[in-house]
Write a protein that binds this ligand. Structure first.
Ligand code: CAA
Length: 257
């Protein structure tokens, strides 16, 4: 697949996807969403990649779903195309994905960041879900993920009153992992991703899956599934290597097996 709306690159053991529709503020049109997912899937299946970073560049992360593309659509046309189903695929990726956000992350752009496993924000990052201002609601997970991330009170205000958060406010409310100067935000995300990529791959995948399941299942189901995942990791060579290396006071060598 030749990409027109995203750029891809592998640096070290990190797969990077850069949203690249600057003329439309990186609005997430059908093509971009498909290309983004195709690129992430390819990285997820590539053994040379241990973690992924999605960014949009210093000026803007993404201004949400493409309003011009949607403006004339009937409900039937929207449902048949189901452009937002792509977000389910993002959720299913095995390797951790970090959003490196600078500038606006609005609407579907904010939901894209919320769908990632961690968020590194630059000091200029701003987060908002303004869908109600154009007569709809967040449709890519915002009404479900945002309250879980920042609590019900603030989520109500952000979604109903279009309250937008600065990077520092997002940090204060637990929406992002860290805030760094604009000049450092991508390197910071890459370092975090490289650190993830250096760790036991199967344990990282299981940890990601279980933490995300904690949002999506009842506590009792989540606890039972976590225990099963924990025991299953005892079948792996990496588990033996990790524990043996600790006992032998040396660095483990991960095989992803
Ligand atoms: N869709 C389509 N085009 C968009 C767009 C979007 N979401 N956001 C910006 N653009 C286009 C503008 O129309 C403009 O195009 P033209 O040059 O052809 O006029 C170009 O990008 C530059 O935008 P602005 O002139 O508005 O730039 P700005 O710097 O003044 O403002 C902004 C930037 C604050 C991001 C502003 O563009 C904005 O508010 N955008 C819309 C944000 C929004 O409402 N997002 C929610 C979308 S709905 C959604 O996401 C549904 C869902 O849950 C999945």
């Amino acid at each position: 697949m030749i990409y027109e709306t995203v750029l891809t690159e592998i640096r070290g053991r990190v797969g990077i996807v850069t949203l690249n529709r600057p003329q439309a503020m990186n609005a997430l049109d059908h093509r971009l969403l498909n290309e983004l997912m195709d690129a992430l899937n390819a990285f997820d299946q590539n053994d040379a990649v241990g973690a992924m970073v999605i960014t949009g560049g210093e000026k803007i992360f993404a201004a949400g779903a493409d309003i011009k593309e949607m403006a004339e659509k009937t409900p039937q046309q929207m449902m048949n195309g189901d452009p937002l189903a792509v977000f389910d695929k993002l959720r299913a990726l095995g390797k951790p994905v970090i959003a490196a956000v600078s500038g606006w992350a609005l609407g579907g752009g904010c939901e894209l960041a919320l769908s990632c496993d961690m968020i590194v924000a630059s000091e200029s990052a701003r987060f908002g879900l303004p869908e109600v201002t154009i007569g709809v609601i967040p449709g890519a997970g915002g009404t479900q993920r945002l309250p879980r991330a920042v609590g019900k009170a603030l989520a109500m205000e952000m979604i109903i009153n279009d309250r937008r958060l600065t990077a520092q406010e997002a940090l204060q409310h637990g929406l992002v992992n860290r805030v760094v100067p604009v000049s450092d935000y991508l390197n910071e995300a890459l370092e975090l991703a490289e650190d993830i990529a250096s760790r036991a791959p199967l344990a990282v995948r299981a940890a990601k899956r279980m933490i995300n399941a904690s949002y999506e299942s009842l506590l009792a189901d989540g606890l039972a599934e976590e225990r099963r995942a924990f025991y299953r990791l005892f079948e792996t060579e990496d588990r033996k290597e990790g524990m043996t290396a600790f006992v032998e006071k040396r660095k483990p060598e991960w095989k992803g097996k």
